[in-house]
Design a protein. Structure first.
Length: 319
């Protein structure tokens, strides 16, 4: 069974940044307004994620670590319209199977916090305000093959920072901070969306990009497309979200690329930030364990719509 859970863990977490992403998802699902991530050794030695969300009642702490246990959906029907970032109930169990994990949490009603040590199963009283702290020590200590494939601490930290950036760009109303070896690396205060984009992607990108927005019932598409000047600042800036989740999607990436090709011929790498909010029943998020792929019911229609919007926004900027 330990082998089974380690194999499953391999699908969910392949490096510290993947654990950071899952822990951030959980903090955001818990309604946090401030999330703080602390790393030691690029996240390999220790990742701590603290939030001020709703917390976990002490009697539910052991459940949080059980495989396929989620508090976010109750049945198959709810799987058809997932509104939260998590729903598979895999992440904490997976991370706990390849690390030394503890959860310290306190609900608003609780008189004190409770800490659960995953390895020993021991529960004890602890001190903290409302919210949850998850501490992950010695990631992959028991899977040497995986540990061997990690890059330098600096590289792993850079990936963790990118995971934080992706979430910060989707949740401007939430404050984020990243600490490493006890030093503050990056901090984004709650801000209006445009300000958050500038804070995370740089004033240069915002200044050299075209916004667009389009809405019909059950679908809203919001974005900013970088002009060639923006691409010079940073070419690999491609952020695509579906219902607050950072995703990779070939169809939508193609729609954007072909719009850039059409209007700005020969631009090497389009840069963009695009957020699609769609009725959850029209998209399947349960495609892959990492939840970074989705399937749309009408992917062709969405491709056309996004391409049209992007062409309009880019053409306008040339006129
Ligand atoms: P999922 O997010 O898919 O439900 P996880 O393994 O990530 O699965 O988390 C398991 C459960 O633990 C969640 O359903 C939630 O009830 C609880 N949980 C995890 N992290 C937090 C947190 N930061 N705040 C509140 N509850 C949490
Ligand atoms: Mg989760």
């Amino acid at each position: 069974d330990e082998l089974v859970s380690q194999i499953a863990a391999g699908e969910v977490v392949d490096r510290p940044a993947a654990a950071v992403r899952e822990l951030l998802d959980n903090a955001l699902d818990a309604g946090a307004t401030q999330v703080t991530v602390r790393l030691l050794g690029g996240g390999i030695r220790c990742i701590t994620v603290e939030d001020d969300g709703m917390g976990i009642p002490p009697e539910e702490l052991p459940l949080a670590l059980r495989r396929h246990a989620t508090s976010k959906i109750r049945d198959l029907r709810e799987l058809e319209c997932v509104g939260s970032l998590g729903f598979r109930g895999e992440a904490l169990a997976a991370i706990a199977s390849v690390s030394d994990l503890s959860i310290t949490s306190r609900t608003p009603e609780a008189a004190h916090a409770t800490r659960l040590d995953a390895r020993s199963g021991e529960l004890r009283a602890a001190a903290r305000g409302r919210g949850t702290t998850i501490e992950v020590r010695e990631l992959f200590f028991n899977t040497p093959a995986r540990r061997k494939f990690l890059k330098t601490e600096a590289t792993e930290q850079a990936h963790c920072l990118e995971a934080l950036r992706r979430q910060a760009l989707a949740y401007p109303e939430v404050g984020f901070a990243l600490w490493s070896e006890g030093k503050l690396v990056e901090q984004w205060r709650p801000a209006p969306r445009q300000q958050r984009l500038a804070d995370v992607l740089g004033e240069d990108f915002v200044a050299a990009s075209r916004p667009f927005e389009w809405e019909v019932p059950a679908l809203r598409i919001l974005g900013r497309l970088g002009l060639p000047e923006a691409a010079r600042a940073r070419a690999d800036l491609q952020y695509l979200y579906v219902n607050g989740r950072f995703v990779r999607d070939r169809t939508l990436a193609h729609a954007l690329r072909s719009a850039f090709d059409d209007v700005l011929h020969g631009q090497r790498q389009p840069s963009y930030w695009v957020a699609i909010d769609i009725n959850p029943e029209l998209v399947d998020v349960n495609v892959h364990p990492t939840k970074s792929e989705v399937r749309f019911r009408d992917s062709r229609g969405l491709h056309q719509q996004l391409r049209r919007l992007a062409v309009e926004a880019l053409a306008q900027s040339r006129a």
